[in-house]
Design a protein. Sequence first.
Length: 684
Amino acid sequence: MAEEGAFFSIHRHGFVRVAVCAPRALTADPAGNVAETLALARQGHVEACDLMLFPELGISSYAEDDLHLQDAILERVEAGLAEIAEASAKLKPVLIVGAPVRRNGRLYNCAVAIAKGRILGVVPKSFLPNYREYYEKRWFASGVGLTGLEVEIAGQTAPFGVDLLFEASDYRDFIFHLEICEDFWAATPPSTQGALAGALILCNLSASNIVVGKADERAMLCASQSVRCQAAYLYAAAGPGESTTDVAWDGQGSVHELGLLLAETERFPAKPQIAVADVDVERLRLERLRTPTFNDAAAASGHPETRFRRVRFAHEPHMADVGLIRPIDRFPFVPNDAARLDQDCYEAFNIQVQGLVRRLQSTKSETIVIGVSGGLDSTHALLVAAKACDALGKPRSAILAFTLPGFATSDKTKANAWALMRAVGATAEEIDIRPAAEQLLKDMGHPFSAGKPVYDVTFENVQAGLRTDYLFRLANQRKGIVLGTGDLSELALGWCTYGVGDQMSHYNVNGSVAKTSIQHLIRWVAASGQFDAAANETLLSVLDTEISPELVPADATGAIQSTQAIVGPYELQDFNLFYITRYGLRPSKVAFLAWHAWRDAKAGEWPPHFPEDARNAYDLATIKKWLRVFLVRFFELSQFKRSAMPNGPKVISGGNLSPRGDWRAPSDSTARTWVEELEANVPG
């Protein structure tokens, strides 16, 4: 069993705490700039940063023009680097600072990596802007082609060149690359080669004066490079104090990971600042592992790792609980931003509609046969069917909608089913499955047929199987296809009856949509005016209904069969599903993320589209309990159901468990490895 303190450490779970810095710049004053740099470095040390990125030429200042060539400045810069190196011996973070560096009769615009009293390496800028307001070639030499070299600097001998990667010897995946400003505006950014060589954190020291619209361009380039390189991209631009002879500075700094903005500085700050975020380098490594195209790109580039030198350093990661500085969506399938949610719902709904339209065209089916329970999934599938008919010019009466009440069907869900079938204009019918179920149970010699209240899995599946059997035979009879309704979350948990049951259909529009997404899709349909007021009223009633298969009668207290009491809260299980299947994270790390996301119902920003009474909180013991249930059900008990799942459209990236799509797995595996990892590393 892991020690509790270690579990709560970000370093136990593959995070690197990074900071992008905008110190106050003092023009042509290296001593002052060193003091400003060290002030922020000490702040980053207190905030438990692992790596801190400072702006381009921050030690000398960027906007000093021909003063770069003054020997007094260059001597003081080198002395300043020695001061920073000495101070770093007592500081936790790796410091990356910008400075002009002399070598072999030339001056280079460089990034200098410093840690534990040591200058780890010096990387010269490759692409020197020499257009419009830029004149860098007047002072600096390009670093292009400089490899395998060393430089004498600040009393130390350090690796020098554009072929350097920096790697912690005692903390896996803490590997970074350095480039400078114009480098990532170039058609071939050096960071691309650095990423292909193995760097997971790409750092850009920038000065970059500001003009109207440039901030958006920087953000686009940072986000794009982090996606293209499957990396974290750190960007730090010069801020307050730089000379404004003919230009201005805004101090823009940002941290992106796989396109996601994790942190950013305030622009046009009046005082020095840092923006801190925890970068998931383990996740980045796993993303590259599952993306062969990344390796293909490395191969096409001649495997850059063979051309880079790795500068190793001892980082000595601590195992203290320093919190987690990183946005974590409680609902990874549901965007927090209302505008993005609207866009996602629009796209998801229309993907489902278009998928069904094509299947109806190819099968030349005259009707759509669907079972409508009055629950979330069948409600949404019915809405998709109605819009598919509209797109094909078919009357909605071609939807043959059946409600199939059993032994535990409630008046509310049955009423909702009827109201919805009528509201969308479907041909609505009812078939009471109880007589057939009673006969089948009697033929089997089941105790229920003798009047005993035995509500076992056989009792449940007789009903589920009969419903599907009726639908398939009705489809045969009426020249239609059976439209499946089960969602992604149910498939993940195996919460469906195999074969002649709700696991099977001719086509399933919901198979790639999580339960938490279904709820918002229905809300979106109601809010966007897809149907009339009567339908919308019913949709709101469906959303207000307890999730239940309604296969077992209510108990003596009147409590109905609750799905989430058996398989766990869908909001937690969807969280587990996302991180385990999309990124392949260890169960203990999923539990760590879930704890930070769900431990406090009041912490963080809840999306405005979640009602107050749905804002839950879960302690670590509860998270661990339901994650264990997920692991066993997902890896051990239900893959055979997914291996035979029907066709259906992929809706969400990474959100498809089809054996023909995102997920291929053996039906005979065990959950032992995942459960043991959970038990060994999560306290409680």
